[in-house]
Design a protein. Structure first.
Length: 277
């Protein structure tokens, strides 16, 4: 109990009176220092109750969900979503190409079958760099002005195979046709090789005014060389050449003759060969 001052108002206890009782410190307010006025035992009970309630709710929800029938998901693709009256994709798709129309199917086969046949009256002349219609790459470039550069260019363009056909006419003219197939059609393969060969052909020494574009070729060109090749002990050899590219194939035709080659001879020969492709 608190000690009130004496009624006389002095506030000083008389001598010899017992000291006032002492009380331990306690924070003001209800609860004795615990939030909400709850003791530690009450807080522990509330925490256990909350934990049990959460676990019970999860178990009850799982039990309810497990007892329900599974709901099927909608299909990922639905065929009936097109607008009425519109043709289906199958009806509007173009018809597949036949083997004769599909250029890829033709060029994946035997390239030798795409070469022009030896004309009547001519004699087959297998070149020394070929065997059974297939050319060896090192032998094929042996007749070039710079065989080393030619070989490096073919290998850099990723050459795949070379089919050749050769014949002799009247004992004075030789015709060589080569179909060079590459592993690609871009500038570093078939297209680039053909473009470089056309540039070399047009700027070579002895090139005359004869030459022009091949009809229906896209990028084909033929060239007449007015200056013949001369070698000791041999007749002068006049030349004509045609180069064209179609897909992964490059067509290279060369004519050598003891006399000048007419433009229509090389142009018609190259155009007929392109029709076979």
């Amino acid at each position: 109990m608190p000690v009130f001052p004496p009624e006389d108002g002095t506030g000083v206890p008389e001598p010899g009176s017992p000291p006032p009782p002492s009380y331990p410190y306690r924070r003001r307010g209800p609860g004795g220092g615990f939030p909400g006025g709850l003791g530690p035992r009450a807080l522990l009970l509330l925490g256990c109750a909350a934990l049990l309630g959460t676990a019970g709710g999860v178990a009850t929800g799982y039990t309810v969900q497990a007892g329900r029938a599974p709901t099927p998901l909608p299909p990922l693709s639905q065929a009936g979503l097109s607008h009425p009256g519109e043709p289906s994709a199958k009806e509007s798709a173009p018809a597949p190409l036949t083997a004769e129309e599909d250029r890829r199917v033709r060029t994946e086969g035997d390239l030798r079958e795409l070469l022009l046949d030896t004309p009547g009256g001519a004699r087959d002349a297998d070149p020394p760099f070929a065997e059974d219609g297939w050319a060896f790459v090192p032998g094929y470039v042996a007749g070039h002005e710079d065989p080393g550069d030619a070989l490096q260019e073919l290998l850099g363009a990723d050459i795949r195979r070379i089919a050749v056909a050769s014949w002799e006419e009247d004992g004075r003219r030789t015709v060589d046709i080569a179909l060079l197939q590459f592993h690609g059609v871009r500038w570093h393969s078939a297209r680039g090789y053909a473009a470089h060969q056309r540039a070399l052909m047009h700027g070579a020494a002895g090139t005359g005014d004869g030459g022009g574009a091949l009809r229906n070729s896209g990028n084909g060109r033929y060239q007449i060389f007015d200056e013949p090749l001369r070698a000791p002990g041999r007749e002068p050899r006049y030349r004509a050449r045609a180069v064209a590219q179609r897909g992964d194939l490059v067509l290279d035709i060369r004519i050598h003759d003891t006399g000048p080659v007419r433009e229509r001879d090389i142009a018609s020969l190259a155009e007929r060969q392109l029709e076979r492709l």
